[in-house]
Design a protein around this ligand. Sequence first.
Ligand code: IPD
Ligand code: CA
Ligand code: CA
Length: 265
Amino acid sequence: MNWEEIDTYAKEWVKEAGNRIRLSFEKTLSIETKSNANDLVTNMDKEIEQFFINKIRGMYPEHRIMGEEGFGDELNSLDGIVWLIDPIDGTMNFIHQQRNFAISIGIYENGIGQIGLVYDVVHDELYHAIRGKGAFLNGKQLPVLKESKVKESIIALNATWVMENHRIDHNLLIPLVRNARGTRSYGTAALELVFVATGRVDAYLSMRLSPWDIAAGAVIVEELGGVVTNLKGEKHNFLSQDSLFTANPGLHQEILKDYLRVGQS
Ligand code: IPD
Ligand code: CA
Ligand code: CA
């Protein structure tokens, strides 16, 4: 498979999509809700997903597409080449802040991530990786991740998970928040993953994400030696929703063992 060629097209389309999003700042958005009043979608989320689908279908008709807004294929497996697309990750930020959102595209072959592209449109920062070829930010190679301990780490997580909730025993997270150097919450899983890749944060935890939130960032983080699993330390299947826990390797192990108590009865 010519991954370099696919990567070149994907980057070109991501940049073009970014331009469309920037131009949309001048126009009035049409905003709708999805599963609940805070689950938002705009005309731009839909337009950008359709833009990618048209490009991919035109160039690679045999590839399959999983898109958040549902214009792609209904997939029961990741056989063959699959594009996992989140046209705007951080839609709430896009609407309220016009920043802190990204385009996220992961390209997988038989379930293995081959290309990851996360484009921070407002900062014009493209994070990208081809499996085995290193990870880059705007063409500049990123260094392999250094290990860190909780006490000197910044952990990205949403405050919701430290309140009583039905996805995790929040008592596990309180000591983590207390012992960490600091916590951050950006409201965009794709960017939080690449912030782990660049060492801007050392770990990111979320209780429920979809395959398109994680697919691109996972390729980039793993390319730099970072670990990407769910909160039980298991690999994602990229077909269903799951939790996410990503960090540099030493920190991943420390949090899994000492805080999330994985492997202990
Ligand atoms: C959301 C963002 C957010 C995460 C949510 C996602 P969306 O994606 O990644 O950070 O906490 O779970 O759904 O809906 O803006 O594409
Ligand atoms: Ca998303
Ligand atoms: Ca989205």
